[in-house]
Design a protein around this ligand. Structure first.
Ligand code: RB5
Length: 375
């Protein structure tokens, strides 16, 4: 755990106390300054520390100014940051438990250096509770993503051919090869081996479209004939996150196109009593803040798992999230795009409806069972 420290002249005294405390406890930190009482502006210090948290270089930040307010306002302008001004133990504990705050802001003219040290210890040792609070935090973070998307000059979702776009961010890929393979996939006489291969092939073809917006940069290379200025992908890092278990069937296909991508996994079920998503497994790449994530699940039925999985992933602040399925039901598509209006959705077909058992009609049956041959 590394901590980003920052302060202006008004918070320098308590930042120093916190810095010495971290030093004594052997907790690594980066001190972005300021280093004395000379009057300075707080925003640049907030920015440096907040960006260290945003990038994952530091897990948490401690920011101090006279009141803690100015520096927290500045830090909260950096995407992915949840900075909370606290001056007592209760709020400090709660902002970790309920808000998953990643920066604690304090006022050097409000609390003593001892108090700042006490609150720092509480902040760094209190876990996030998740559950209903995860949903709320995800809603907050969605606000910032929406704004980011509106500000982007590229069209809506940022990729996909304009003619494929059926909603602001829903792309139905009706390429003949995809449609042909989808027909084979739907056929009840298609066996597991062929089904598995088809899911992989369709996922690969869809991935080709879904990565249409990867930025390029120019490089110079030497061909056997001459020097040439040509293009390579501009260092954009990707991660694929299959939703267990059917999403696993799409992984081979997409990694054939993007072999350097990292793979996360999410497994969840809905508690029948509370209807809350229960995460039974979740392992995401540790550097997910630097990655563009594509969530994979062949079937978008009610949308419940996709919505919950995306909420879980958003807590880790990836650079962007897309969702890719093969067949979608209109009910699930509506629920997903309402819950996560910032997430572009790619599918190969939008089917008619869900039946009483929650199966997509006409669909293809249970994708997990057909991929793994469990029925
Ligand atoms: C500086 O005088 C003071 O305004 C600053 O430290 C902070 O309290 C702002 O919110």
């Amino acid at each position: 755990m590394k901590i980003a420290l920052g302060a202006d002249h008004g918070g320098w005294n308590i930042k120093e106390a916190v810095r010495r405390h971290l030093e004594d406890k052997g907790i690594p930190y980066i001190d972005f300054g300021t280093y004395n009482e000379e009057s300075v502006d707080y925003a640049p210090f907030a920015e440096q520390a907040a960006k260290a948290v945003q990038s994952g270089e530091c897990q948490y930040g401690i920011l101090c100014c006279g009141t803690g307010i100015g520096i927290s306002i500045a830090a909260n302008k950096v995407h992915g940051i949840r900075a909370a001004v606290c001056c007592d133990a209760f709020c400090t504990e709660m902002t970790r438990r309920h808000n998953d705050a990643n920066i604690l802001a304090m006022g050097g003219r409000v609390i003593s250096p001892q108090k700042a040290v006490e609150l720092t210890d509480i902040f760094l040792s209190t876990p996030f509770e998740g559950g209903r609070h995860a949903r709320r935090v995800a809603q907050v973070m969605a606000l910032e993503r929406e704004e980011e998307q509106q500000n982007e000059s590229r069209p809506a979702a940022g990729c996909g051919k304009e003619e494929d776009k059926v909603d602001n961010q829903v792309f139905v890929m009706d390429h003949p090869l995809i449609q042909h393979k989808l027909t084979l996939l739907r056929d009840k006489n298609t066996g597991s081996k062929e089904f598995r291969e088809l899911v992989g092939e369709i996922a690969m073809l869809m991935c080709y479209e879904a990565t249409r917006d990867l930025p390029l940069k120019e490089v110079e290379i030497e061909t056997p004939v001459a020097l040439a200025k040509t293009k390579v992908i501009a260092g954009r890092k990707m991660a694929f996150v299959p939703i267990l278990r059917a999403g696993m069937g799409m992984v081979n296909g997409v990694t054939q196109l993007v072999p350097a991508a990292k793979i996360g996994h999410i497994g969840l079920y809905r508690d029948p009593e509370t209807l809350q998503p229960v995460e039974y497994y979740s392992k995401l790449p540790s550097d997910i803040v630097e990655r563009d994530v594509v969530v994979l699940d062949p079937m978008l039925a009610t949308g419940g798992s996709a919505i919950d999985a995306i909420s879980i992933i958003k807590r880790s602040n990836p650079k962007s999230i897309k969702f890719m399925c093969i067949i979608a039901a209109p009910e699930g598509m509506k629920a997903l795009t309402q819950a996560h209006p910032d997430v572009p959705v790619y599918c190969a077909a939008m089917d008619e409806c869900l039946n009483d058992h929650g199966y997509i009609v006409p669909g293809l049956g249970d994708a997990g069972d057909r991929i793994f041959g469990t029925k």
